[in-house]
Write a protein that binds this ligand. Structure first.
Ligand code: IPD
Ligand code: CA
Ligand code: CA
Length: 287
């Protein structure tokens, strides 16, 4: 039977919010190709290790923060691949920290495994996150969930894509009462528990649903894809957000910190969505 056009409300909503480019792949830039190659290579070891998650040797990296051997291996692969392709660029990596490059204007910001808790528990919701900063501005981002084989990429001024062929747009919903909103819950050892409970108790009365995926990079990418209407979280690190911020912006979304400025990486907090949603959620959780 021939594929019919959108009939269900979900399909209609999906078609309204996303522009499909049927039939052919968008040609990715050399930069996105370099990032994709590095991510796919690292993903192969992550997927193998995920399959053996129970046998993985894990070490404790501070309160409630586990890092697997897979994490380090993946970061080394990404570092090696990116360094081979762009030998002058600097790095900021979750595991390896800061590595200065000869070219002071470019810096990769990398989380080799965002969603570590999910990974260790066999929950297939984690991602590789690679952002690129040029002269202090975020200019490219890649978030890859290797289990779902979903590759979210964006380059400043060139749009955001899923698997290189579907253009991403943030959801157009304006009514907060219809919104599905993602957030992060501070776990054991993290600050801000009472504050989070206050925010949650305000937000839950106003929105259609709240989700916690366990990967900030995927929260941003999924908001860019219109799956979530909005996302907010506190106490994040630059590598949790850098790539997702570019993807969000290139999907037509707004990303701010909780004060409404663009100091997300410095402050560690974020709100992302369309303009209406960001304003509404900011009023609820930071107002
Ligand atoms: C974590 C995830 C999670 C967020 C935490 C992060 P990790 O990163 O992004 O969604 O709530 O704050 O630390 O530790 O899995 O790389
Ligand atoms: Ca992370
Ligand atoms: Ca990580």
């Amino acid at each position: 039977m021939a594929r019919q056009t959108a009939h269900t409300p979900l399909e209609r909503e999906t078609h309204k919010n996303r522009q499909f480019i049927p039939g052919h792949l968008m040609p990715a830039s050399a930069l996105i190709n370099v990032m994709t190659q590095a991510a796919r290579k690292a993903a192969r070891t992550l997927v193998r290790d995920f399959g053996e998650v129970e046998q993985l040797q894990v070490s404790i990296k501070g309160p409630a923060n586990f890092v697997s051997a897979a994490d380090h291996k993946a970061e080394e692969i990404i570092f090696r691949e990116l360094n081979k392709a762009r030998p002058q660029y600097g790095f900021l990596m979750e595991e390896g920290g800061e590595v200065e490059g000869a070219d002071k204007s470019h810096r990769w910001i990398i989380d080799p495994l965002d969603g570590t808790t999910n990974f260790l528990h066999g929950i297939p919701m984690f991602a590789i996150s690679i952002g690129l900063e040029r002269d202090g501005q975020l200019v490219a981002g890649l978030v890859y969930n290797p289990i779902a084989d979903e590759l979210f990429t964006a380059e400043k001024g060139k749009g955001a894509f899923l698997n290189e062929k579907r253009r991403l747009r943030v959801a157009a919903r304006k009514t907060i009462g219809d919104a599905v909103v993602a957030t992060g819950i501070p776990h054991r050892g993290r600050p801000g528990h009472p504050g989070f409970i206050k925010e949650m108790s305000t937000a839950m009365k106003e929105v259609a649903g709240i989700r916690r995926t366990g990967s900030a990079a995927l929260d941003l990418a999924w908001t860019a894809a219109g799956r979530f209407d909005c996302y907010w979280e506190r106490n994040l690190k630059p590598w949790d957000m850098a790539a997702g911020i570019v993807i969000m912006r290139e999907a037509g979304g707004i990303v701010t910190d909780l004060q409404g400025t663009d100091k997300m990486l410095a402050k560690g907090d974020v709100i992302a969505g369309n303009g209406h949603m960001v304003k509404a959620i900011r009023n609820l959780v930071a107002g």
